[in-house]
Design a binder for this molecule. Structure first.
Ligand SMILES: [Zn+2]
Length: 462
């Protein structure tokens, strides 16, 4: 069974999304608010506990709970809110967990405003947070609950900020007023089916067709850096297709940058040609800047330089020196791996900025993995001749009798190369995502051939 938790601020539209998901995925849905309502009826233990805590003033004439009065109290008084929450968490979480486990359906959705705060997220395989901007939320709350703007704003201010949801979710859906709900839900369904959400190292941010992957380890440094790896359908084109698709690609850069609060005119994108050349970025920026021909690694210590490289199966390496505040973005395809560009990138940081490799965090993004990186003897020989010294070479390169070909683990090779340069193993984070296995959501050259689009990896100091 797959348990999906859906949460978010008041007015974010999470219930509309849950209801559409219920239809599209044919699942059981547990509405936490409804469970609370049932348990708040006179006579229930939860009801009795609330009256004990808040006094009889909280009751209507007919003896039921005065919800509006209760909401008014808890949205303005932190202490009382916590008292109510701890009661709710104790009784309601127990009940919801019981109901979820009893379901005979393959997928159960728990729609709960306090999914994360209550600890209900612990029983979920996937956590989806729905967010919206303040204007949208206020409009929705005022219409739904017939309250004035000021009261709605107070409610929103009492709730967690976006960062809290991003840190604690596998998928974040931005659902502003003008968003197409149907499209949002179709995209959620596709992402759920891809299995990528079970990955604990990453979070996907979705705003209709604009989808990016972020790495939790890099989000730990969100005051200094921002980053992304884009998903389909966004396409950033190859060296050859850029002129043909210029308008679309420039617009895609704009969309991603807007989402990250960056200015797309600060993009620097080189002509990648599978070299091991790494170059520092200063004032020269732009997409396909003439000073960046035959460059597959970018490094900078300047703020507002968006290092952008494109990928369709090749390995993206994000580098961040948390002490000297230096970033790097490396394109390590199979040729770049053989030419050891990972080492060149780290060396460049050491030589140019005096980086201590022990301070460098490296994230290995989505890439083709051993499951699908299949080669013939000629390429296998190149790898073997270069890396035969590696301890686990017999696991890194494996012969498959059935296919009469070789499968190579380039991620493991890149990890070893980084460690050779002094990066600590605990500071290397692998996204564990295979682009070929997940070609529904990522561009994959091996799967799609010449027609394949390109994902982009971005990182910038802010
Ligand atoms: Zn694969």
């Amino acid at each position: 069974m797959l348990i999906i938790g859906v949460t978010g601020n008041s007015g974010s539209g999470k219930t509309s999304i849950s209801k559409l998901l219920e239809k599209k995925l044919n699942v059981d849905i547990i509405d936490a608010d409804k469970v609370v309502k049932e348990m708040s009826m006179p006579g229930a233990i939860y009801f009795k506990e609330i009256v004990k805590k808040f006094g009889k003033d909280i009751l209507l004439e007919n003896g039921e709970l005065n919800k509006q009065k209760l909401a008014g109290i808890i949205f303005t008084n932190n202490e009382k809110r916590e008292a109510l929450n701890s009661l709710t968490f104790k009784y309601v979480v127990e009940e919801i967990t019981k109901r979820a486990k009893l379901s005979k359906n393959e997928i159960v959705i728990i729609d709960a405003p306090l999914l994360i705060e209550s600890g209900l997220n612990q029983i979920c395989d996937i956590v989806i947070s729905v967010l919206a901007n303040e204007k949208t939320k206020i409009k929705r709350i005022c219409t739904r609950d017939s309250i004035d703007e000021d009261t709605a704003r107070k409610r929103i201010n009492a709730q967690p900020k976006n960062d809290f949801y991003i840190e604690n979710s596998n998928l974040v859906v931005i659902n502003n007023d003008n968003c197409n709900l149907e499209k949002q839900v179709i995209n959620i369904k596709e992402i759920i089916e891809s299995q990528i959400l079970k990955n604990k190292e990453t979070v996907i941010i979705q705003k209709e067709d604009l989808k990016i992957l972020q790495f939790k380890r890099l989000l730990d440094y969100k005051e200094y850096i921002t980053h992304a790896f884009t998903l389909k359908p966004l396409d950033f084109g190859s060296n050859n297709t850029y002129t043909k698709k210029k308008e679309e690609i420039d617009n895609n850069y704009k969309l991603v940058c807007e989402l990250l609060n960056l200015d797309s005119k600060n993009i620097i994108r080189p002509y990648q040609t599978h070299t091991n050349n790494v170059k520092e970025v200063n004032d020269e920026i732009g997409v396909f800047n003439e000073s960046f021909i035959n460059i597959d690694g970018l490094v900078t210590n300047e703020r507002n330089r968006i290092l952008s490289l494109t990928f369709a199966d090749c390995t993206p390496l994000y580098l961040f020196d948390k002490n000297k505040k230096v970033i790097g973005n490396i394109h390590s395809g199979w040729q770049g791996t053989v030419k050891k560009i990972a080492k060149r990138g780290v060396k460049f940081m050491k030589e140019t900025y005096n980086s201590n490799p022990k301070d460098i965090i490296c994230v290995i993004g989505p890439t083709i993995r051993k499951c699908h990186f299949e080669v013939q003897k000629d390429v296998k020989d190149i790898f073997y001749n270069t890396f035969s010294y590696m301890e686990k070479i017999n696991e890194i390169i494996e012969y498959n009798k059935k296919t009469k070909s070789y499968f190579i683990d380039t991620v493991e090779i890149n990890k070893n190369l980084l460690i050779e340069e002094g990066i600590l193993e605990k500071n290397i984070v692998d996204s564990k995502v295979c682009t070929f296995c997940n070609s529904d959501i990522f561009h994959s050259y091996r799967k799609e051939g010449e027609e394949a689009g390109r994902n982009t990896a971005l990182i910038s100091l802010i």
